[in-house]
Design a protein around this ligand. Structure first.
Ligand SMILES: [Zn+2]
Length: 221
């Protein structure tokens, strides 16, 4: 499964082209396979042969895609081994959800546009977040791999404002941000302190060696 969210958005077609792809069973399945959302190859669970991708018209004259084993004729859903395996929603609806997630729509906006229930949208968005997290864990984003891109780093304070400067300030949270200029790559990390000992390892882990960093005093070497 490829990244969803921002990486998808980077490659996402304009909405009108997107709907042209996902509104037809003829085009949606190859599209999902090309983008890693459905398996491109399948092995028969009965005899371990490579299965063939078949399409046929069903009774209602819509197109049905199936995996079929040439040896034992076992068939299998094209959703097998994908995150959509257990869903009963049509692929078109599922791809709508992927698209809305990718362009960062709010849950209530997705409900209005898609006719998918509130609970279902929340569950799917949770699922997409898990996929994004797994993908980023397995293939972390490295900023500054392209030497033309500058990396801007900064720290911001988030937290509740204290009335009349009272309180201990324990609710304040410092967030260290690294932004690759000219791309959509951003990394944010909550930090306890903002000293060199805390921030330098974060930069070393997330920014390519030799990348140019815009800041008061940092340069990755
Ligand atoms: Zn078989």
């Amino acid at each position: 499964m490829e990244n969803l969210g921002t990486p998808l958005l980077d490659r996402a077609p304009k909405a009108i082209n997107w709907y042209a792809v996902v509104s037809s069973q003829e085009s949606i399945v190859p599209y999902m396979m090309d983008n890693g959302l459905l398996k491109k190859e399948m092995t028969c669970t009965h005899c371990a042969s490579d299965m063939n991708l078949c399409k046929r018209k069903d009774i209602s004259d819509s197109l049905q895609w199936k995996w079929k084993c040439p040896a034992c004729l076992l068939t299998s859903s094209i959703r097998r081994s994908s995150i959509f395996e257990k869903s009963k929603l049509p692929l078109r609806k599922l791809m709508e959800l992927v698209y809305y997630f990718g362009i960062d729509l709010q849950i209530y906006e997705v409900e209005k546009l898609s006719d998918i229930s509130h609970v279902s949208v929340i569950e799917w968005f949770d699922q997409f977040r898990i996929v994004c997290k797994e993908s980023l864990t397995n293939d972390p984003v490295l900023l500054g791999s392209n030497s033309e891109h500058l990396i801007e780093i900064d720290e911001s304070l988030f937290g509740k404002k204290r009335k009349y400067h009272r309180g201990t300030g324990k609710q304040d949270t410092w967030v260290f941000g690294m932004v690759e200029k000219g791309s959509r790559k951003v990394i944010l990390q909550i930090v306890e302190k903002r000293d060199r000992k805390t921030l330098l390892p974060i930069i070393q882990e997330n920014v390519a060696e030799g990348a140019h960093i815009i800041s008061d005093c940092w340069r990755r070497v």
